[in-house]
Design a protein around this ligand. Structure first.
Ligand code: UTP
Length: 296
């Protein structure tokens, strides 16, 4: 394995069917749904770039076109905006195509998040890499990915991001049983369970959509049988690594207490849009006073 080099690769899975968001996602990936004025996936790509990741691989599926087009140049549109003198919009669309270079791999059949990550094997090779889910947004004022990258370098294992949720919500997430690591602010993950029943959940710590993984995960994923929902689950492969003593074994958790927005289901998406919009300088205050009036 390539040791000692900073992590530079990010894998962004965006090939899921988005069934919770149908019919909006019938012909468009849910990662392209707008959050105020840019698609959710752009926030995620910006987060990866801001964390110093320079080699970005997106896992796309049958609706890949919109994703690729969004991060590509749009010469005709650029010319029109230039002629109109609309420089701020010109800059906004050019910004999206300057985030790259982005690479794409297609997951022919969406057989689960674990399978999506496995599709990155050839591109990633034998080095640790980050995974950012395209429907999970982390506020750019709050630090997460850089901390996880540091923890991966210190432990040599794999790292998951955890949030505390209301115990009744845990069955919507992967759940982690953790223990303290002396003198450190990260935790050792003893066990991971994908979407446990509330009564069986080992904690109220939920796995969210940021990972920094040791490349050993690929060998494990090759052997991971379909789990919950008939899908190849990344959580199941991480559970194998959590209890492994081999090189690349060991899973660690970073507990995130910052702002996170889920855009994967309708209600969370609406909350995400309102939260982010209400902080925009152009119309945040106006939106908040309208919301107060509307609720009253
Ligand atoms: P989700 O389980 O939230 O996505 O996967 P989904 O399957 O698209 O959504 P629902 O449950 O049907 O509404 C989390 C992330 O993993 C990607 C998704 O695109 C999303 O970013 N994913 C999931 C893949 O890339 N491939 C898959 O086979 C499954």
């Amino acid at each position: 394995m390539t040791l000692g080099k900073p992590i530079r690769k990010a894998v962004i899975p965006a090939a899921g069917l988005g069934t919770r968001f149908l019919p909006a996602t019938k012909a468009m990936p849910k990662e392209m749904l707008p959050v105020v004025d840019q698609p959710a996936i752009q926030y995620v790509v910006e987060e990866a770039v801001n964390a110093g990741l320079t080699d970005l691989l997106m896992i796309t599926g049958r609706n890949k076109r919109a994703l690729e087009d969004h991060f590509d140049r749009a010469p005709a549109l650029e010319r029109t905006l230039e002629l109109k003198g609309d420089l701020s919009r010109l800059e906004a669309i050019q910004h999206a195509s300057n985030l790259g270079p982005l690479h794409y791999v297609r997951q022919g059949d969406p057989k689960g998040l674990g399978h999506a990550v496995l599709c990155a094997r050839q591109h990633v090779g034998d080095e640790p890499f980050a995974v950012l889910l395209g429907d999970d947004l982390i506020d750019d004022r709050d630090e997460l990915l850089s901390t996880m990258i540091e923890v991966q370098a210190r432990t040599g294992g794999s790292v998951v991001a955890l949030i505390e949720v209301d115990p009744s919500q845990i069955s919507a997430y992967g759940c982690a049983d953790i223990s303290a690591v002396e003198g450190e602010d990260y935790f050792r993950v003893n066990r991971l369970v994908e979407k446990p029943a509330v009564a069986d959940a080992p904690s109220n710590l939920a796995v969210i959509g940021r990972y920094v993984l040791h490349p050993e995960i690929f060998d494990v994923l090759e052997e991971t049988e379909p789990g919950r929902g008939g899908e190849i689950q990344l959580t199941d492969a991480l559970q194998t690594l959590a209890v492994s003593d081999c090189e690349g074994g060991g899973v660690y958790g970073v507990v995130f207490r910052g702002r996170r927005y889920d855009t994967g289901d309708k209600l969370s998406y609406l909350k995400a849009v309102i939260s982010i919009a209400s902080e925009r300088v152009e119309f945040g205050e106006e939106l908040k006073s309208w919301l107060k009036e509307f609720v009253n």
